[in-house]
Ligand binder design. Structure first.
Ligand code: NAI
Length: 334
């Protein structure tokens, strides 16, 4: 039976990478029926709302979505649709496996780590106001409830995926109460997982260590802001935003999305790397129990990158989005 999945192609390069992924999943005969919706700038222009109710309703009904990047205006305009989606659907965990791919040269050697980021609070609560002209207050909210459930998510993930260590990243030396609470929750949850090693690192040191010796890390657990920054740093270790997938997960709903933005500088030019969106789609296939299709696509992707040396420009190649996609299709059909 086919799985009905909400597809949001997204803004900028979103439609290009989404179209590539849809073709690849079809070639692998993944049994999926897409329910396509627009959000972001396109929806704003057409319906006057960047997150129409029909999008939320579709995701809530299907419980699984694949989403392209959505543009957020900087410093003005509507609030981030990504943040709204995470809040409305209570997608409290952002999961980003960061793994080196064959054939993609980087400065950092083989990397295999997973970033788990709390998705619903911290400085992203959107609570900021002007106290008096020239003074702005922005509130960092950390709760026991959210910190405990994201810690539990990280340890459950580590247990399920046979990971050996969870590192909590914090700045509790300065933010003693807020980051202190996050750490307390981490330590308390850790007691239920005695087989998993635990570690704590201050965020600035964690950044240094990530570029000096990324191999020491396994699962990283972070609040929202640190997680946002470190997860892009981690993507840079393995070749950039074009080659890392991710997911936003709640207890019942899962939205899989590439980690990159809408890349306006290359949108519409057939230059985008669809690998990030494809890796997110592979996570999605495994989530819905279609691991066979995921394994076949993953093997085809690795052959294209490593053996056939076909790569897009962002990772040192010359292939267009279409050429790269067609190389994967050819491998799948070989
Ligand atoms: P970006 O990720 O769109 O682009 C950063 C750089 O990476 C650009 O040089 C771009 O060309 C390159 N790049 C990104 N993805 C690529 C791919 N698949 N293949 C090849 N090159 C790629 O980040 P930026 O410029 O900061 O943000 C642009 C817009 O995207 C903003 O409106 C931002 O709010 C939005 N955004 C949306 C996200 C989401 O929907 N989850 C995440 C990050 C940003």
């Amino acid at each position: 039976m086919a799985h009905t999945i909400t597809l949001i192609p997204g803004d900028g390069i979103g439609p290009e990478v989404s179209a590539a992924v849809v073709r690849i999943l079809a070639a692998a005969r993944a049994p999926i029926e897409w329910e396509e919706h627009i959000a972001g700038m396109q929806a704003l222009n057409r319906y006057g709302d960047p997150l129409p109710f029909a999008v939320l309703e579709s995701i809530e009904r299907n419980r699984v979505a694949l989403k392209g990047p959505l543009t957020t205006p900087v410093g003005e305009g509507f609030a981030s649709v990504n943040v709204r989606l995470r809040k409305e659907l209570d997608l409290y965990a952002n999961l980003r496996p960061v793994r080196s791919l064959p054939g993609i040269l980087t400065r950092f050697g083989p990397v295999d780590l997973v970033v788990v980021r709390e998705n619903t609070e911290d400085l992203y609560s959107g609570l900021e106001h002007i106290v008096v002209p020239g003074v702005v207050e922005s509130l960092k909210i950390i709760t026991e409830r959210a910190s405990t459930r994201i810690a539990r998510f990280a340890f459950e993930y580590a247990r399920r995926e046979n990971r050996r260590k969870v590192t909590a990243v914090h700045k509790a030396n300065i933010m003693k109460l807020s980051d202190g609470l996050f750490l307390d929750c981490f330590r308390r949850v850790a007691r239920d997982y005695p087989e998993i090693e635990i570690e704590e690192k201050i965020v600035d040191n964690a950044c240094l260590q990530l570029v000096m010796n990324p191999q020491q890390f396994d699962v990283l657990l972070l609040e929202n802001l640190y997680g946002d920054i470190i997860s892009d740093l981690a993507a840079g270790l393995v070749g950039g935003l074009g080659v890392v997938g991710g997911a936003n997960l709640g207890d019942t709903i899962a939205v899989f999305e590439a980690v990159h933005g809408s890349a306006p500088d290359i949108a519409g030019k057939n230059l985008a790397n669809p690998t990030a969106m494809l890796l997110s789609a592979l996570m999605m296939l495994r989530h819905i129990g279609e691991a066979d299709a995921a394994d076949r696509i993953s093997a085809a992707l690795c052959r294209v990158l490593a053996e056939r040396q076909i790569r897009t420009r962002d990772v040192g190649g010359t292939a267009t989005t279409t050429e790269f996609t067609e190389a994967i299709l050819a491998e799948l059909e070989a």
